[in-house]
Design a protein around this ligand. Structure first.
Ligand code: SF4
Length: 356
């Protein structure tokens, strides 16, 4: 049993079956807490007898991803830290810890090694999908960071499309929100998707009103989207729009809409018109304009400051609540959609990026 993939209740149930006793909730909670918060598994430290310790070691194991490299970029209010983590089979994925102001921070975690979506502006999209991460491998990225500093929020926005790995994503969320362990409230979690309609419906069915959701939009008509995000056209924008409307379970939920600004591709007044039309029925939202970070095979250049400000202005003129995303981590290849390999060699395993 993977300790990082189990909630306290699941651990207790497994222990009850394994030890053939009807109790053990306290020990299960202590083991869960120690594993998920500290990345430690030491039954002896809990004062258990020799037989019980041996039983726990036979029942469960801790497989914390191993940090093989870190790169840091100083930014206002702290530093962006990109961490490369090696999984048990040698694949490497990335997490990025970002300062968010006022002493708060966010951790961007990966849900897949590689990605099948092939978005043209994203390095991960060039890799193809290696495999889904397990729930334990997703939680493990948080645990590794938690040992240094607890992130205030978790965004599923690193390598991969989270809703293409729904089963493990949901289990990871159950572990992250377990009060005996890391104890994140659902409003501290954000799932970012390119528009996986059944996945959005599955998140809705969780009934967690405070869970945050973001859409990586980047093109607001289907033809343009097919060109930029060729493997995300299974669901038309109208279907995605309806799924987002259905997702809302509280009036004050602010959906996130992400727009990677690609000069010469999606930066015209007509694009702003289409964004406004797409967003109009969605209720409260915040559109994040993310200046493109060119990777190893750029499809265009990075927008200059004037272009970013101008596009933000067009959106404001059309009544779209908008925020310009401050570029962080570009110099250490930790920016959205950016190559991870330049500052940090991953060998034959994997390169990684953050999903815009
Ligand atoms: S932007 Fe996100 S969904 Fe698209 S290829 Fe990159 S990781 Fe995958």
């Amino acid at each position: 049993m993977d300790l990082l993939a189990a909630t306290t209740d699941q651990l207790r149930d497994a222990a009850v079956a394994h030890f053939k006793v009807a109790k053990g909730a306290g020990v299960a909670a202590a083991i869960h807490r120690s594993a998920t918060r500290d990345g430690a598994f030491d039954p002896q430290a809990l004062g258990l007898g020799e037989a019980a310790c041996a039983g726990w070691r036979a029942l469960a194991q801790l497989q914390l991803p191993r940090t093989v490299d870190e790169v840091v970029e100083p930014v206002a209010g702290g530093e962006v830290r990109k961490r490369l983590l090696r999984l048990h089979d040698g694949l490497t994925v990335e997490s990025v810890h970002l300062p968010m102001g006022r002493g708060r921070s966010s951790l961007c975690v990966s849900t897949q090694a590689g990605c099948a979506r092939a978005c043209t502006f994203c390095e991960t999209g060039r890799m193809g999908l290696r495999r889904n991460l397990t729930a334990g491998e997703i939680v493990g990225q948080v645990t590794v960071q938690h040992r240094v500093q607890r992130p205030d929020t978790i965004v599923f926005q690193g390598m991969g499309e989270p809703l293409d790995n729904l089963e493990h994503l949901l289990q990871a969320m159950a572990v992250l929100t377990d009060r005996a362990g890391l104890g994140y409230a659902h409003d501290r979690l954000t799932v970012c998707t390119v528009g996986h309609v059944p996945g959005i419906a599955a998140l809705r069915q969780l009934g967690q009103k405070r869970l945050n959701l973001s859409l990586s939009l980047n093109a607001a008509d289907d033809r343009q989207r097919a060109a930029i995000m060729p493997n995300s056209v299974r669901y038309a924008l109208a279907e995605i729009q309806q799924a987002l409307r259905d997702f809302r379970q509280r009036a004050n939920l602010a959906l996130g809409i992400h727009w990677c600004l690609l000069p010469g591709i999606n930066d015209t007044p007509a694009d702003a018109d289409r964004i406004a039309a797409f967003c109009a029925p969605l209720g409260r939202l915040l559109l994040h304009v993310i200046p493109y970070n060119p990777g190893s095979a750029p499809i265009t250049r990075a927008p200059d400051e004037h272009e970013v400000v101008r596009f933000v202005g067009w959106l404001r003129d059309r009544g779209v609540p908008v925020r310009r995303r401050i570029t962080k981590g570009r110099t250490v290849m930790a920016g959205c959609g950016q190559l991870g390999a330049a500052g940090t060699q991953l060998g034959a395993a994997a390169t990684s990026s953050r999903c815009p």
